[in-house]
Ligand binder design. Structure first.
Ligand SMILES: [Zn+2]
Length: 550
């Protein structure tokens, strides 16, 4: 009896020990490679708007094999590229991570700062003194999930960012990245923050001039043109033509446009995405990504920017946007097949999301009978200046209206000992009366403002005292600031068309499914952290999407 009891006891402990051990082994299990894909300006509804037109290997494969968080919202304003990329990778918001716009003003110096600007570094693979190369992540104040992966694996994981846009490559790759590559005049470049010279394979890739090949050809529709959306037609008033084009219709003569626009033109064609994914494959192969010992994943952060340039230029109901997504779908399909071969199906984790969406062209909405408009920033700001000059006896107390925020000239106001509170009150009451303005609120008093709760929270999250303006403007739905053209479109607002983004995870450890629970852009980094068993980024305010991680 005694013996029997002891045996049982031993068996029990062996069982507990081996169970615990297998759990531990399981917990250290990680994918070989993580690929983050940001599709710049991809509205959530593009997953379904073009669903029937997609092939089986790209977006459809992600939806059919992966897990989709259908209602993922951006929890801050303004909804711009640099902030989106920063938030996806930090799980944080401008109030904390400090990227308050693509550009912002530093309160202390009142100097304009570009999100990735770093005058202490120089360009690599380009004119070292050109502005386009003086880039690093130093303005990003919080760690990224890619930084945390480096810390978790004792810097053994390789982290590389790639995008046509510097900010799309640099901010996701974080502070400890091995490299970030972006595109200037059709060539892939980096900065001295990362390296002394471009690796041989990048130089070779540049020499092969894939960009030039595309730009010396035509952009034709991928499928017969009569199968495309036809409500606004191929040639319509809502899109801005490339320079040197008589009509806006397919096939588009890129060679003619190239003469006028230069090689930067690649960014505003779907082939900009094609070349980016081509380079992504080269990076994976040449850097041996995904080939570390188990438990040490590498991370490739890809951002596809052409969708944004094309959306801005041609607006969202154009055949150009439809063709761009059909081509991207095909490119993604080929990219996933490459990952299957190179890393092995099930060995890599991929997630796809967007930094923001886009509005409809306001003229289009007006023509269809909806409320929309262009907010005439210059005229209104001149009117405002008149009003302030009349009341306070000083011109130009406002030195910028940017990111839908009004920046006060605090240096001037302080030196003249004017009443800041009075000035702000005057601006708020003036702005509220302007057509197209739904709300104007003092950033320091957002909590007591009359903003509806979700928008108030977005404004608070977006407000960084040192880098944001003093007064937040909220425009009516489908209104945006006039930027010199009534063609094309833009983004930046709180509304669902700008703030509802796709989030799809696929591959390693991901089961098929979806959730319609409301989740947020800030949940992406904590979800990746949970899947990899690494610490959440140090400014993260999100929560793992438990339907994916459990
Ligand atoms: Zn944009």
């Amino acid at each position: 009896m005694k013996f029997c009891f002891r045996t049982l006891f031993t068996i029990f402990f062996v069982f507990i020990f081996s169970f615990g051990f297998s759990q531990l082994k399981n917990n250290n299990d990680r994918p070989r490679l993580v690929v983050g894909i940001v599709v710049d300006q991809m509205r959530w509804d593009y997953l379904y708007k073009f669903y029937d037109r997609y092939g089986n290997d790209g977006f459809k494969r992600m939806l059919n094999e992966g897990f989709t968080a259908e209602i993922t919202l951006i929890p801050y304003i303004p909804t711009y590229t640099a902030i989106g990329h920063s938030t996806i990778y930090t799980g944080s918001v401008p109030a904390i991570h400090g990227i308050a716009g693509n550009d912002f003003y530093i309160r202390e110096t009142q100097k304009r700062m570009y999100c990735a600007q770093d005058d202490s570094v120089r360009g690599i693979g380009m004119d070292p003194d050109a502005k386009a190369g003086k880039m690093s992540p130093k303005n990003l104040l919080a760690s990224t999930v890619t930084d945390e992966l480096k810390l978790a694996t004792d810097f053994k994981s390789k982290v590389i960012g790639v995008s046509l846009k510097d900010r799309g490559a640099i901010l996701p790759a974080g502070h400890f990245a091995d490299a970030a590559y972006w595109n200037v005049d059709g060539n892939w470049v980096s900065s001295s923050f990362y390296m002394k010279e471009l690796p041989n394979y990048i130089q070779k890739f540049n020499k092969a001039d894939h960009t030039g090949k595309y730009l010396n050809g035509k952009w034709e529709t991928l499928y017969p043109i009569n199968t495309y959306m036809n409500h606004v037609g191929d040639d319509n008033i809502y899109e801005e033509k490339y320079k040197n084009q008589k009509t806006g219709t397919f096939p588009i003569d890129l060679k003619a446009a190239l003469k006028e626009e230069g090689r930067e033109l690649i960014k505003a064609t779907p082939f900009g995405n094609t070349v980016t994914l081509q380079l992504a494959k080269e990076i994976i192969a040449n850097e041996n990504m995904g080939k570390n010992p188990a438990g040490v994943p590498d991370f490739l952060a890809v951002s596809l920017s052409s969708t944004d340039y094309i959306g801005h230029q041609f607006a969202i109901n154009s055949l150009k946007i439809e063709d761009t997504y059909l081509r991207l779908d095909k490119d993604l399909g080929e990219f996933f097949k490459y990952l299957d071969q190179q890393i092995g199906k099930g060995n890599y984790l991929v997630f796809l999301t967007a930094d923001h969406g886009a509005a409809h062209n306001p003229q289009f909405i007006q023509d269809e009978g909806g409320n929309a408009g262009f907010w005439m920033r210059k005229d209104i700001s001149a009117e405002l200046d008149k009003q302030l000059t009349g009341q306070f006896g000083q011109q130009k107390l406002v030195y910028a209206i940017m990111n839908n925020q009004i920046f006060l000239d605090h240096k001037k106001i302080d030196s003249l000992k004017l009443d800041t509170e009075k000035i702000k009150e005057t601006i708020v009451s003036f702005m509220k009366k302007q057509p197209g303005v739904a709300f104007a609120a003092d950033m320091e008093k957002l909590n007591s403002s009359s903003l509806p709760e979700p928008i108030r929270e977005m404004a608070i999250n977006g407000y960084n005292y040192k880098r944001s303006g003093d007064i937040q403007l909220i425009l009516e739905p489908q209104w945006y600031g006039y930027y010199g053209s009534k063609e094309g479109t833009t983004h930046g607002a709180w509304n669902p068309y700008d703030s509802h983004i796709p989030v799809v995870f696929m591959g390693w450890g991901i089961r098929h499914g979806n959730t319609h629970r409301t989740t947020h852009m800030t949940d992406i980094a904590p979800t990746v952290s949970a899947l990899l068993h690494i610490q959440q980024p140090n400014g993260s305010i999100g929560s793992p999407i438990f339907e994916i991680t459990d």
